[in-house]
Ligand binder design. Structure first.
Ligand SMILES: [Zn+2]
Length: 131
């Protein structure tokens, strides 16, 4: 039996969006129906580059209960190369150093560990692009 954790990796380690074959609009998170074409457009899976730049961001200083240890942290909207806007946390950068237009890339980080079955869940975040 293949552990659920491994089975899920290909999806967790890629940003998979949807692309409409009729109008080429790209969606992330994936959706079922194209906003432009409604039911006439067929949506297919598309692997997104995960690279883009910060479109806008907010530094969070007041955290919800359970997240106090993390503050301050940065939540932003990233404009990917493909043109789609993706919300996500921005990591590996100090709030004073972050700026609109900063080149970023997707990374995958542990978001929680399930104590009962020992599964570790990963989610996408963005970090300054290293090159
Ligand atoms: Zn469409």
């Amino acid at each position: 039996m293949i552990p659920k954790f491994w089975r899920n990796i290909p999806y967790r380690y890629n940003l998979i969006g949807k692309k409409c074959l009729k109008c080429n609009e790209i969606y992330f998170p994936p959706r079922k129906i194209c906003r432009n074409c409604r039911r006439k457009g067929e949506l297919i899976d598309i692997k997104l580059s995960g690279e883009g730049e910060i479109y806008t961001y907010t530094v969070i200083y007041v955290a919800p209960e359970g997240f106090e240890k993390k503050i301050p942290y940065i939540i932003g909207i990233i404009k990917l190369k493909e043109g789609v806007l993706v919300p996500g946390e921005i990591v590996d950068v100090e709030p004073k150093d972050v700026y609109i237009g900063m080149p970023v890339e997707v990374c995958f980080r542990k978001i929680r560990e399930d104590g009962e079955d020992g599964l570790i869940y990963y989610g996408y975040k963005f970090r300054p692009k290293l090159d």
